[in-house]
Design a binder for this molecule. Structure first.
Ligand code: GTP
Ligand code: MG
Ligand code: ZN
Length: 287
């Protein structure tokens, strides 16, 4: 059997990269599909039957994201446009929460910065993220992409963000050979929103980057609040709350709340966390 990595998936059709660098098209065998669906990023074992390659086994996953569905990710680049669609800290923070919960490092990339004035409040929002310890890249038409290109080195990166944020355009600017469909090309083809329809890994230098379709909603219904509270990067401080199971809401002697009050943790992030925590609690009541 051959070891390989899945780099593209459309329904039950997979493109896999063999260790010798060759790329083959294959299908998932029935017993694999029954167990769990193979994802882009999965390391798999491949067997050849006649002229057809089949995925026989999915090797252990380091981590996986649900939206987009991808496995073994080193970092997730949250692609957020400054305009069209509107910049949203609520959406960025919700993505930060889900990505951190999956054990993946969130990185922020603000696109379409060519569309805003130098006094735009977005710059303040960006420095709030930087102050909180996040890496933030800014890009736009005719911007220098050197730093973004460097961030892909030796890593598997997934681009995530709402439809129209400019994920595919960014990759096309970095490497025009990708020739990814974007909303400009799809307008010409008469298609509506959601230009990218599947998840695919592309080689960039010594790394791989996944272009993925945008989404319209995020699902927190199955999130465990305590796990979330303890995976948010902003809340990783060197002191402990009075209670080990503190979710930093109404508990007494909560270190996180003290940090927020002193301005050492972003109040925006804490507020967005409180809103999500309420949503999670309300959902739980429903069970
Ligand atoms: N001005 C400006 N426009 C941009 C920039 N990046 C992307 N756009 C435009 O934004 C629109 C959406 O870009 P796409 O790259 O298709 O967005 P996407 O995130 O891949 O969208 P989906 O595939 O549907 O999820 C296109 O019309 C792009 O031309 C930018 O940096 N500056
Ligand atoms: Mg796209
Ligand atoms: Zn606490």
């Amino acid at each position: 059997m051959n070891k390989a990595m899945i780099i593209k998936n459309i329904s039950n059709q997979y493109d896999v990269l063999f260790e010798d660098g060759s790329i083959h098209s294959c299908i998932a065998m029935g017993k694999v599909r029954q167990d769990k669906k193979p994802l882009v990023g999965d390391h798999v074992l491949i067997e050849k039957f006649d002229s057809q390659y089949g995925i026989q086994k999915i090797l252990e996953r380091k981590n996986m994201l649900l939206r987009p569905a991808i496995a073994n990710v080193d970092q997730a680049l949250i692609v957020m446009s400054a305009r069209c669609p509107d910049f949203s800290c609520v959406l960025i923070d919700r993505l930060i929460f889900l990505i951190s919960l999956a054990g993946i490092e969130p990185v922020l990339c603000v696109t379409k910065m060519d569309l805003i004035q130098p006094d735009d409040p977005i710059y303040e929002a960006i420095s709030d993220y930087e102050k909180s310890g996040y890496r933030v890249y800014q890009t736009g038409t005719d911007f220098d992409e050197t730093k973004i290109i460097e961030c892909f080195e030796n890593k598997i990166t997934v681009l995530t963000g709402q439809s129209g944020a400019g994920k595919s355009s960014l990759l096309n600017r970095i490497n025009p050979d990708f020739e990814l469909n974007t909303q400009i090309t799809s307008k010409a083809l008469g298609r509506g929103k959601h230009t990218t329809r599947h998840c695919q890994l592309f080689p960039i230098g010594n790394g791989w980057v996944a272009d993925t379709p945008g989404f319209s909603s995020l699902d927190f219904s199955r999130v465990n609040l305590l796990e979330l509270a303890h995976s948010i990067p902003d809340f990783q401080v060197h002191e402990d709350c009075r209670f080990r199971d503190c979710v930093h809401l109404d508990e007494p002697n909560c270190v996180i709340k003290e940090y927020v009050e002193r301005g050492q943790i972003s109040q925006i992030r804490y507020q967005n966390y409180k809103d999500i925590a309420r949503m999670i609690k309300q959902n739980k009541k429903g069970y």
